[in-house]
Design a binder for this molecule. Structure first.
Ligand code: GCU
Length: 680
């Protein structure tokens, strides 16, 4: 069989290091777990498959304990657990936490995997398998782990006709036409993959989807998916099109304060919960990019969100209301619009509403400063929205490991309190919220390897791991992913980890260095088009964002410009508004900078811009050389896929560099510094 990448990071190939294999075989001999506990079935199955694969011999469920028995169960299954672990420690695990511990039973050394609830056990099993997959020592295990964030979600931008908005890995994996009768194995593997990294919810439909999915026939299909996913503790959510009461409900209005509209949504929620009792709730895009919303009826986002929240509240559901709103009727800097709309509503949302905020104020650019809303709405649970699909990062063609981008945002200090990094805002610790969430716009499609680029899998993996534990570093996550997905051989792990960690900055350098943003091709968003100015809306034109002229380049967002910086807390604003303290990688986000401006290196802005674009291209060539040395470590198939994709990435890095420098040169009227190959 081809090594096609279908198995993602869940490859249970036999441990190749003979000494380690022998050790593991002594340390793990059998599984003891109640055979009649239905809720543990999937965890047991995974453990049997995983261990048998990794150890290269059948490991099965047996009665009784031996040295090396893995005991898997809830406190009610094994009475010693309560005494061993203690009630307080167990309580602290909540519904999803787990404990993995080496202990003794009947004079034998055993490994216990337990939790308060079945979900915790499933996560514990996957964690245990990960230890073996990544060749960790397991002789004295004492692990206790709970998720930092409650809702760890994928957002699929999948349409009912199986196209995927901004999807680059084939069509939608939801085979609506054959649902509900036909359950594709892919759904099970999708749920397994998510559970293995702690993802516990999935929004099946596009934020721009029509309302059809809320009709009866489609809800049956959704219920069939929910039945599969439930076994892996993965909840289903749907997008709710705000105008649904008009479009599928025959009402004259969708005004959120209208009694009939409220009633319509209540009944719709009741209908959904009748077939999906654990339905998660709704994700809503309203009054943005032409979508309907409460503002159509002179109501606020809070009015809209609360109306839906009231409909799902009796069932324990939640509403994720997106803050990605901007309109072209407003002359205001697009950067500022979400804050302007939402900040005044802080404190007005129901308890079961989260406001879902994109990491940055514009739209998933290669680098954005953190969204100012993160420091501005203490009374509202704010949920993070990252984008795994690489809409602005070379689609599924460029190798870009996004963990460094995610971490940069999470580590940013909002200065809204003494401890208020973005991570602390969204994990609820800064403002004492218990309802917390992190979502990633999925990069998954029907391609055999799920994500198109084999390295796209790492971004999916990262979302789950970071939502579980936002203190993990980019290096740790890359390291585990490489070991599970490709190989544990040191030379391979070291080289590929270095390459992954550098890849995001390399992309920034050849696409949008020094704080440039939104200069990509119109509509499709692929490749450079900084010159483009024909979009139907000014705020979709690259020229609106870079503002290059004979004096300089960049968007003045200080008080002399749009004053977007006033949306940050004073400490952040001051740092960014002063050119001397603004990090150079954000410079053109906030300042219109003269071409001759002296950068910290002593070079001019123009020279530095040239350096960045050239070094971006050179670094892609370095990635190619590094990858070419990996040929003997892995299967030819995935090696060749990545090799070919890197070759395209190199050509396109050159394209970006040449297009941007030649265009900006028409304003700067300065030469490309000596020593660089000529752009053409
Ligand atoms: C971007 C993207 C759209 C998407 C939108 C959103 O603008 O290009 O396709 O719908 O973000 O997040 O709502």
């Amino acid at each position: 069989l081809a090594e096609d990448g279908y198995r993602l990071w869940l490859r249970y190939n036999t441990v190749h290091d003979p000494a380690l294999l022998q050790q593991y075989r002594q340390q793990i001999t059998s599984i003891l777990s109640p055979g009649d506990a239905d809720g543990l079935f999937r965890a047991q199955q995974e453990l049997i498959t995983g261990l048998s694969g990794l150890l290269g011999k059948q490991i099965s469920m047996q009665m009784g304990v031996n040295n090396g028995t893995v005991m898997v169960g809830l406190p009610q299954h094994f009475s010693f657990i309560r005494t061993l672990v203690g009630d307080t420690a167990l309580a602290r695990l909540g519904e999803e936490g787990f404990i993995i511990r080496t202990t003794r039973r009947d004079g034998k050394s055993v490994i216990l995997i337990t939790g308060n609830k079945e979900a915790g056990i499933l996560y514990g099993v996957f964690h245990f398998l990960r230890l073996l997959q990544t060749h960790q020592p397991i002789q004295q295990l004492n692990i206790s782990s709970t998720p930092k964030i409650q809702l760890r979600l994928l957002n699929h931008w999948d349409n009912l006709n199986r196209t995927v908005e901004r999807g680059y890995a084939g069509g939608s994996i939801w085979d609506w036409q054959r649902l509900p009768g036909y359950i594709d194995q892919r759904y099970i593997d999708y749920a397994r993959a998510n559970a293995s990294i702690g993802i516990n919810g999935t929004v099946l439909t596009n934020v721009n989807a029509n309302a059809m999915v809320l009709t009866e026939a489609w809800l049956q299909k959704v219920a069939a998916l929910a039945n599969v996913f439930r076994q892996y503790h993965l909840k289903v959510y749907l997008t709710a099109r705000f105008s649904a009461p008009v479009e599928i409900g025959k009402l004259k209005t969708a005004d959120p304060l209208n009694a009939e509209v409220k009633q319509w949504w209540k009944e719709k929620a009741n209908e959904i919960y009748r077939s999906i009792p654990d339905f998660g709730g709704f994700l809503v895009k309203a009054n943005s990019e032409g979508q309907p919303g409460p503002q159509n009826y002179q109501r606020t986002h809070a009015d809209g969100a609360n109306m839906l929240a009231d409909a799902v509240a009796p069932h324990g559901g939640i509403v994720m209301w997106r803050a990605f709103v901007y309109s072209n009727e407003s002359p205001e800097d697009r950067f500022k619009q979400a804050y302007n709309d939402f900040k005044p509503l802080d404190g007005q949302f129901r308890k079961n509403v989260l406001v879902q905020v994109k990491n940055g104020p514009i739209d998933f650019q290669p680098r954005e400063p953190f969204h100012p809303l993160f420091g501005a709405m203490p009374q509202t649970p704010l949920m993070m929205e990252f984008q795994l699909t690489q809409e602005y990062m070379g689609f599924a063609t460029h190798l870009v490991y996004q963990a460094p981008l995610f971490k940069e945002v999470l580590n940013a200090d909002t200065h809204s309190k003494s401890s208020s990094t973005v991570a602390q805002i969204i994990d609820g610790t800064a403002n004492n919220h218990t309802l917390t969430g992190m979502a990633g716009v999925a990069n998954i499609g029907s391609d055999i390897n799920w994500t198109g680029h084999p390295f796209g899998q790492a971004n999916w993996y990262t979302l789950g791991r970071l939502a579980w534990d936002n203190s993990l570093t980019s290096a740790q996550i890359a390291n585990e992913w490489i070991r599970q997905t490709f190989s544990n051989k040191k030379a391979f792990v070291d080289t590929v980890q270095q390459l992954m960690l550098a890849s995001r900055e390399i992309m920034v350098n050849y696409m949008t260095p020094l704080g440039l943003h939104h200069i990509m091709g119109y509509g499709h968003h692929y490749g450079p088009a900084p010159w483009y100015n024909k979009a139907p809306r000014a705020d979709w034109n690259p020229v609106y964002f870079h503002k290059a002229d004979s004096i300089g380049i960049g968007f003045d967002r200080t008080a002399s410009g749009s004053n977007a910086l006033a949306q940050y807390q004073p400490a952040v604003r001051q740092q960014f508004e002063n050119m001397a303290t603004c990090p150079e990688y954000f410079l053109l986000w906030f300042h219109h900078v003269p071409w001759d401006h002296k950068m910290r290196s002593g070079k001019t802005l123009w020279e530095t811009m040239c350096d960045k674009y050239y070094s971006g291209v050179d670094s892609v060539r370095w990635m190619q050389r590094s990858w070419n040395r990996m040929q003997n470590f892995i299967d030819a198939e995935r090696f060749n896929q990545v090799r070919q994709l890197l070759a395209i990435q190199e050509q396109e890095a050159v394209w970006w560099r040449n297009a941007c420098l030649l265009y900006f040169q028409t304003f700067s009227r300065k030469a490309i510094p000596a020593g660089y190959e000529k752009p053409d």
